[in-house]
Unconditional design. Structure first.
Length: 481
């Protein structure tokens, strides 16, 4: 039976929400028209009654330093974006904004009804500082592609907007210039202090090395060298002692009276007399008397010879030389002992000096590097003082705006219309989903579980409904049976 229903397949295909969308919108037209009208009125009211806001803006160019980076380094180690971010916090600080508000009489109505903190927040929200980037690759040591900055201020009065924007520009340029000069001067001062500190440490190490060398001069001079021997002194002393022995033997020979010829002859005569006579014989007594006289004469002659001989003087000179050699040998032995002790301490002293020298070499390298950086920093400071470093310049000063920047009245009206239409469409669809009316054969079959036997079409009057309410409505012709 379902196969005999005309147009049933087409009805089933269109049995969905989107298929009945025109019918739904027509039946729920007041759900759409009321929000649409309200949105249109709201958009018109906003476009008419919202106060105009004027924007005064300026463009600041980031100029690179005039001298190349390889010749004169910049004292500014931070990127331009970071510098501007710091400056923005300074110019938007509470004391500065309060001063601007009072000097330019900003927000007079809000100041009578709102707390000052809210007015400051509103002024901060009305101030814009944004970077302008270029599609180029900067050098790796700079890392920023920012070539300019835009500064803008929004206010209801165009003249005051321009005055405040001009004040912001002047403060920004002043803070940037002062910050650059202060950074350059601070870098120079820091490097000077660092160089002086390194130089003081280096001088202290050099003085310490000199003191160690002076205190351990013998250890350093004899380090690795032979120790002096006292053998030469012993040889000389032994030789002089042998010479003295020979001289003394010669002196004893010369000084003996027994070898005197007269004594020898007297002794021989005495021996001959004793061989013949007894000891009491006059000849024996006479021989003894002669021997005594010969000995006395010989003794006198030996004393006379000794006084005129050079053997004693030579022995005395040799003894003096031996004493000197013995003293020199003692001093040499003392020096040798000191040298041996110094040689035992020499490795430790040399290691200590090597460590101090290594520290001194490191400090010299640091001092050379700091000195080079100091020269570059001084050149950078001079360049900043001459306004030849990286700086901001105004290429587009703030002017009095001739037309408001907001609100966009056509967009407000269009937005109100679009918002009202969207709200009405959503309300109509929600109402349709809540009521769930039966639309079409498929909906009825889904609700009852069986297919309808017949579909009765809806007959509509060809005459519009609004014709009925006109007094000049024509009468309908009578229907024929």
């Amino acid at each position: 039976m379902n196969a005999n229903l005309p147009g049933q397949d087409a009805e089933e295909v269109s049995e969905n929400l989107l298929g009945h969308l025109p019918t739904i919108l027509w039946q729920r037209r007041w759900f759409v028209l009321a929000p649409l009208l309200a949105g249109t009125v709201a958009g018109l009211a906003a476009a008419i009654f919202m106060p105009a806001t004027y924007r005064s803006s300026a463009m600041l160019l980031v100029e690179s330093q005039e001298l190349p980076q390889n010749l004169v380094g910049s004292p500014l180690t931070s990127l331009i974006d970071q510098r501007i971010a710091k400056i923005r916090q300074q110019i938007l600080s509470r004391p500065d904004l309060i001063e601007l508000i009072q000097n330019n009489n900003l927000y007079p109505a809000e100041r009578r009804s709102q707390p000052l903190s809210e007015i400051i927040d509103k002024m901060r929200a009305s101030t814009f500082i944004a970077p302008v980037n270029a599609d180029i690759e900067r050098s790796s040591n700079r890392g920023s592609s920012t070539i300019a900055f835009s500064l803008a201020f929004n206010y209801s009065d165009p003249v005051r907007a321009q005055l405040v924007a001009q004040d912001f520009v002047e403060r920004l340029l002043k803070l940037d210039s002062a910050g650059s000069a202060a950074a350059a001067a601070g870098t120079v001062t820091f490097l000077q202090d660092q160089a002086a500190s390194i130089q003081g440490q280096l001088q202290g190490l050099e003085k310490q090395i000199e003191e160690i060398k002076a205190r351990n001069g013998m250890a350093l001079s004899n380090a690795g060298g032979p120790v002096m021997s006292s053998g030469s002194y012993d040889t000389q002393i032994a030789q002089l002692q042998r010479e003295n022995a020979q001289l003394q033997a010669q002196a004893r020979t010369q000084a003996s009276v027994d070898f005197d010829p007269a004594v020898v002859a007297a002794t021989q005569q005495l021996d001959n007399a004793k061989a013949v006579y007894s000891d009491n014989h006059p000849d024996v007594k006479l021989a003894e008397q002669r021997l005594r006289e010969a000995r006395q004469a010989a003794t006198a002659r030996v004393a006379t010879n000794m006084r005129g001989s050079s053997v004693g003087a030579q022995i005395a000179a040799n003894n003096a030389t031996i004493a000197q050699l013995q003293a020199a040998r003692g001093a040499e032995q003392s020096r040798s002992s000191a040298a041996i002790a110094a040689q035992s301490a020499a490795p430790l002293v040399m290691e200590q000096i090597a460590q101090l020298q290594a520290r001194a070499d490191g400090l010299r390298a640091n001092y050379d590097r700091v000195s080079a950086n100091l020269m570059a920093a001084q050149a950078s400071a001079k360049m900043e003082s001459e306004q030849r470093g990286e700086r901001l310049t105004v290429i587009d000063p703030p002017v009095v705006p001739d037309k408001p920047s907001s609100p966009n009245r056509p967009m407000l009206i269009l937005g109100g219309i679009a918002g009202g239409a969207a709200l009405g469409l959503v309300l109509a669809m929600l109402w349709e989903l809540l009521l769930r009316p039966i639309r079409g054969v498929a909906a009825l079959q889904n609700l009852l579980g069986v297919a309808p036997l017949v579909v009765v079409p809806t007959f509509r009057d060809s005459e519009p409904r609004w014709h009925r309410y006109l007094f000049w409505r024509r009468k309908k012709p009578a229907k024929t049976a």
